[in-house]
Every structure is written in structure tokens, then in C-alpha cells.
Design a protein around this ligand. Structure first.
Ligand code: CO8
Length: 255
């Protein structure tokens, strides 16, 4: 891969965008590489958590140079909505470790992750409006779900950057870390997650997503009840409860 670095530490996968000449702006090649990596992660059942990070800057948006002369149909083909959706719907939990700029499509990449940790010095925003466009890879959809409609409109319509403290205050990121402790903070959460029952994590994540997509509260509650009961088919549930009774750490198999 030219634009992504991928490494594994035990069951934790860490992908870092590496296109420093354009502040990690996302062009088609970066997204195609990310798609390929998602194929690998979906197949490799030994990876239990994914951290999405970078060096210096998370990503300063979609690549503006690649977009200037796109026609409507070319813009549709350039858009990376499908890849963001794949990331969002990965069965394993994902953590964005945000440093530097996370703007436009870059912030949308972070929004497609389950959890977000930002360096104290990170700057985030959805500045597409300043380029005569709007967010197009989940920004107008995921932001209001995270921070509420009023704050989402503030970010999207004014197109101004916010700092990490404000992002934490409005719930755009889960927590803020000192710059030198960003990856360590992400690893601490990743290690904790890698010790949970994969079947329960996967089901909890998909139930949260399905619940948010469901406009009927009763239907959503019934779906939760079904998914909850479904976990009693799994070995992980038996192991989790038995380990509690036997006062030992559970050993999950993801089955
Ligand atoms: N695309 C292409 N190149 C970029 C981008 C970008 N998004 N951001 C920075 N760069 C390049 C600059 O052009 C510059 O290159 P060069 O040295 O060759 O001139 C280099 O990175 C360094 O940037 P600056 O000199 O501008 O650095 P500064 O520290 O002065 O400023 C900023 C940093 C504030 C981040 C500034 O670069 C900036 O405003 N960048 C653009 C941010 C932006 O508008 N992002 C949104 C892009 S649109 C988008 O993301 C649409 C998403 C929709 C997704 C749907 C599917 C595609």
C-alpha cells in the first residue's frame, strides 16, 4: 500500500494514513487502499479492534485538487460513501485517533468509527460549505446523530473549525488526550475492547445502528429484545457468566 500503513499489535489492527504532502487529504487511491484493507480485516477473524490514525494530521478532507472539474456523475464515482459505510458497519469496534486537522471527508472518516479520541491540539470541522459544496460521506447524517441538529448545523453551515475541547464538550469526540499520549489512549481502549466477547460487541454495535435507523420506538425495542435473547445461543455468553460465577477472567471464542 502506498498511502496507508497497517500494522498489528496482537489482536489490534492499526491503520495510518500516510499522504503528508497534502495533509493526508483523501484521494481515490487512499480510499481504494482503505477498501482493500477492509476486505482483509473482514476476512481475518483474529483482528478484534481497528484503530484509524495518522501521523501529524488525521486528514484535511477529500482531495480538493481531484474534485475541481468533476461532473455530477464523476463526483458520484469519486464519492467514498460506500467505504465509510463499510467502516461504520465493520463487525469489530473501531477507534479514530485524531491529531492535527480532521476536516471534511477526514472528519467523516472519524465519524464512521465507533469511538473518537482527539489530541488536545487537534482541529476538526466540516468546511465543505466554504468550497461551495456540503459534506457527502456521512457528515450531514452522522453529525446530527452524534451532537444534535443545532450543533450539526452550526458545524456544517458555518464551516468553522473547532478545537478538541469544544469537540469533547459537544460529544463529537469521546475524549481528549495529551498529544504524546494519543496512541497510548487509543491502545488502552483497544486492549479493553479486545478482551470483551466479540459476539456481544458485534451485536451491541449493530443493534445501536439499527435502533437509530428505526423510526418506530416499539419496533426498535423489540429488535433489541430479539438480539439480546439471540446472544444466549453463543458460547461467549455461557463463558462470560460462568467466569463471573467461578471468579476468573473469561476466555471468549467469538462463537
Ligand atoms: N485537498 C488537497 N490538498 C490539500 C487539502 C485538501 N483537502 N488540504 C490541504 N492540502 C494541501 C495544500 O494544498 C498544500 O499543498 P501545497 O503545499 O502543494 O500548496 C498542503 O496540503 C499544505 O496545506 P496548507 O499550505 O494549506 O497548510 P496550512 O497549514 O496553511 O492550512 C488547512 C491547513 C487549514 C488544513 C488548509 O490546508 C485547508 O483549509 N485545507 C482544506 C480543508 C478543507 O476544505 N477540507 C474539506 C475538503 S472537501 C471534502 O472533504 C468533501 C468531503 C465529501 C466527501 C464525499 C466524497 C468525496
Amino acid at each position: 500500500m502506498e498511502y496507508l500503513n497497517f500494522e498489528r499489535i496482537n489482536a489490534i489492527g492499526i491503520v495510518k494514513i500516510n499522504r503528508p504532502q497534502a495533509l493526508n487529504a483523501l484521494n481515490r487511491e487512499v480510499i481504494d487502499e482503505l477498501d482493500g484493507l477492509l476486505d482483509l480485516i473482514e476476512r481475518d477473524k483474529t483482528i478484534s479492534v481497528l484503530i484509524v490514525g495518522s501521523s501529524n494530521h488525521f486528514a484535511a478532507g477529500a482531495d480538493i485538487r481531484s474534485m475541481i472539474y468533476l461532473s455530477e456523475s464523476e463526483a458520484r464515482a469519486f464519492a467514498f460513501t460506500a467505504t465509510m459505510d463499510r467502516l461504520s458497519n465493520l463487525e469489530i469496534p473501531t477507534i479514530a485517533a485524531i491529531e492535527g486537522f480532521a476536516l471534511g471527508g477526514g472528519l467523516e472518516l472519524a465519524l464512521a468509527c465507533d469511538l473518537r479520541i482527539a489530541s488536545k491540539t487537534a482541529k476538526m470541522g466540516l468546511p465543505e460549505i466554504n468550497l461551495g459544496i456540503m459534506p457527502g460521506a456521512g457528515g450531514t447524517i452522522r453529525t446530527p446523530r452524534l451532537v444534535g441538529m443545532a450543533r450539526a448545523k452550526e458545524l456544517i453551515l458555518l464551516g468553522e473549525m473547532i478545537d478538541a475541547g469544544r469537540a469533547e464538550q459537544i460529544g463529537l469526540v469521546n475524549k481528549v488526550a495529551e498529544p504524546e499520549q494519543l496512541m497510548e489512549s487509543a491502545m488502552i481502549w483497544a486492549e479493553k475492547l479486545s478482551q470483551k466477547a466479540p459476539t456481544a460487541l458485534k451485536t451491541a454495535k449493530s443493534t445501536i445502528h439499527a435502533g437509530l435507523d428505526c423510526s418506530d420506538l416499539h419496533e426498535a425495542i423489540m429488535l433489541e429484545a430479539d438480539n439480546w435473547a439471540g446472544l444466549f445461543h453463543t458460547e461467549d455468553q455461557k463463558e462470560g457468566m460462568m467466569a463471573f460465577i467461578e471468579k476468573r477472567k473469561p476466555i471468549y471464542k467469538g462463537k
